[in-house]
Unconditional design. Structure first.
Length: 296
C-alpha cells in the first residue's frame, strides 16, 4: 500500500465512521435494535465501498463532504447484506469481522430486523434534503442503489449463489453470479460517488463504471484466493467456508495460479478504463492494486 493510499483510506474511514456513528447513535424506540445495528456497522471492516465512493468523487474533482451520505449508505447496505448472509438459512456463519455474527450475538429475529432497518436507513440518508446536492442527483443516487441491491443486482446474486450450492457451475455462470452479488454494489459505490459531483459527464461516468465492473470481479477473485490461502484470524470470518458449503469459486474452477492471473488481468483492465482521467483518479488506481494485494 502506498503512503498516499494509506492516508486516503484512513481519511475516508474516519469520515464514514463519524457519519455512521451519528446516524446509529440516535434515540430509537428499541434500544436493542439500535444497539445491534451499531454492532453490525461500527468499528469493523475495510470500508472499501465507501472509499470507492470518495475515490470516484475525488477523481472528478469533487468535494468529499458531498459524498458523505452516499458513502454511509453503501456501507449500511453492505452491512445489511452481511448480516443476512450470515443467517442459518443462508451461509450459516458464526463469525464476521472478527466477532460473533449478529444472529449469534443477539438472535436470528434481531438479525433479520437489523438488516431490514439498515437498508431502510441507507435510503433515508440518500433521500434526505440537503443543499449540497441537486434533487436530481439525489434521485439518481437512490435509483442506482435500489437497482444495485434488488432483484436485478445483489439479491439476485444471492439467489443464484444459493441455487448453485452443491451444483456444478461454469466459469461464465460464476462470473454472472458475482457480478450481481458482489459487483453490483461496487459499481453502485463508484456511480454514487460520480453523482456526488456536479460536472460528471456521460463519458467519464462510463469510464468509472467500467473500472468498477473490473475491480468488482477482481475483488471477488481475491476473496476466493484468500479463502484458500489465509486463515480465520486474518480474514475475520471462517476460512474455507466456500469449500465446506460446496460453493464454486474462481480457485476451484481455475486453480490457484490461474485465479491469481485472473485477478491481475482484471486489475489491468480496470486501470485501462481510467485512461484519460487526470491524476485526481490516482486514488482509484492505487485502490485497484490494493484490492488484489490485500491479505484480508
Amino acid at each position: 500500500m502506498t503512503p498516499r493510499l494509506e492516508e486516503f483510506l484512513q481519511t475516508c474511514q474516519r469520515r464514514v465512521e463519524a457519519v455512521l456513528e451519528h446516524e446509529l447513535k440516535r434515540e430509537s424506540p428499541s434500544d436493542e435494535l439500535q444497539e445491534a445495528m451499531s454492532y453490525a456497522c461500527l468499528d469493523g471492516g475495510k470500508r472499501i465501498r465507501p472509499v470507492l465512493v470518495y475515490g470516484a468523487n475525488l477523481a472528478l474533482g469533487g468535494d468529499l463532504s458531498n459524498a458523505d451520505a452516499a458513502a454511509a449508505a453503501v456501507e449500511l447496505m453492505h452491512s445489511y447484506s452481511l448480516v443476512h448472509d450470515d443467517l442459518p438459512a443462508m451461509d450459516d456463519d458464526d463469525l464476521r469481522r472478527g466477532k460473533a455474527s449478529v444472529h449469534k450475538a443477539y438472535s436470528e429475529a434481531t438479525a433479520i430486523l437489523v438488516g431490514d432497518a439498515l437498508q431502510s436507513l441507507a435510503f433515508t440518508m440518500l433521500s434526505r434534503s440537503t443543499p449540497k446536492l441537486a434533487a436530481c442527483a439525489q434521485l439518481q443516487q437512490v435509483q442506482e442503489l435500489a437497482r444495485a441491491v434488488g432483484n436485478d443486482g445483489m439479491v439476485a446474486g444471492q439467489a443464484l449463489d444459493f441455487a448453485a450450492t452443491g451444483v456444478e457451475t461454469s466459469l461464465d455462470d460464476l462470473q454472472t453470479l458475482h457480478g450481481l452479488k458482489t459487483g453490483a454494489l461496487i459499481r453502485a459505490s463508484v456511480t454514487l460517488g460520480a453523482f456526488s459531483v456536479d460536472n460528471c459527464d456521460t463519458e467519464r461516468l462510463q469510464q468509472l463504471q467500467s473500472f468498477a465492473d473490473c475491480i468488482g470481479l477482481a475483488f471477488q477473485v481475491r476473496d476466493d484466493i484468500l479463502d484458500v490461502t489465509s486463515d480465520t484470524e486474518q480474514l475475520g470470518k471462517p476460512q474455507g467456508s466456500d469449500q465446506l458449503n460446496g460453493k464454486a469459486t474462481y480457485v476451484s474452477l481455475l486453480g490457484l495460479e490461474r485465479a491469481q492471473s485472473k485477478a491481475s488481468e482484471l486489475t489491468e483492465e480496470a486501470l485501462h478504463a481510467l485512461q484519460g482521467l487526470s491524476s485526481e483518479a490516482d486514488m482509484l488506481r492505487d485502490l485497484a492494486h490494493y484490492i488484489v494485494a490485500r491479505n484480508h
